[in-house]
Write a protein that binds this ligand. Structure first.
Ligand SMILES: C[S@@+](CC[C@H](N)C(=O)[O-])C[C@H]1O[C@@H](n2cnc3c(N)ncnc32)[C@H](O)[C@@H]1O
Length: 197
């Protein structure tokens, strides 16, 4: 390995998960794929109460289920549907992660789409508990991913800073449009200010 820390953003994201998610209870993986992100979340958030998983691919749900069952994780709710339908989630949410794009090695046509992604994010933001964290990784290197990233950036940039803080993690010296990760935190207390959502 040429780089030990900044070879990709995973080490940094793991650090954030470990540090800031200790007390989070209701977690959602919006694009579970093969379950690698779900596993990283569960390993870093020992006090969770429930983890919901979405994927439109049956195979992805099966892979995630078999991975997490091999670690005996409990209270996992598998949703083989699009993440713009939040109706199965009973509680308000403390943490959600989107790893957008397509699953490496699978059908590239089964890629996340601008409209459903935006609808999902917009619905999610009004279902959050105070102090909730959201992570969104985009892949602007392919056409749909570039459109998705642009729209997400514009939307997140417009959020009221009294309610959300948003940062962007990005390799600024890499060629070929590398991935970007957006991290949002919802303010911890209600001070009576109205949201612009
Ligand atoms: C980059 S992969 C996710 C990788 C995964 N988190 C992992 O750790 O293996 C993106 C996933 O999003 C899924 N996907 C695409 N559109 C979706 C939608 N509307 N709702 C939920 N999942 C979707 C794809 O099937 C694919 O598995």
């Amino acid at each position: 390995m040429k780089y030990k820390f900044l070879d990709n953003t995973n080490h940094f994201i793991d650090y954030l998960l470990k540090t800031f998610l200790k007390d989070k209870k209701i977690l959602v993986d919006m694009t579970c794929g093969n379950g690698h992100d779900s596993l990283r979340i569960l390993q870093n958030v020992p006090n969770y109460e429930k983890l919901y998983f979405y994927d439109i691919q049956k195979k992805a749900i099966e892979n995630t289920r078999s991975l997490l069952e091999s670690y005996a994780y409990k209270n996992c709710i598998y949703l083989n549907k699009s993440h713009d339908d939040l109706s199965d989630i009973e509680e308000n949410i403390d943490f959600a992660i989107y790893n957008l794009g397509y699953l490496p090695g699978a059908d590239k046509k089964l890629v996340t789409r601008l409209d459903t992604t935006m609808s999902s994010i917009q619905q999610l933001l009004i279902r959050l508990n105070y102090g909730a964290i959201i992570m969104i990784t985009t892949y602007p290197g392919h056409e749909e991913g570039s459109l998705e990233d642009g729209k997400i950036y514009d939307y997140l940039k417009s959020l009221d800073q009294k309610i959300f803080n948003v940062i962007k993690l990005e390799f600024i010296n890499q060629k070929n449009k590398p991935c970007k990760t957006y991290i949002l935190e919802k303010r911890s207390e209600d001070d009576g200010e109205k949201s612009n959502l």
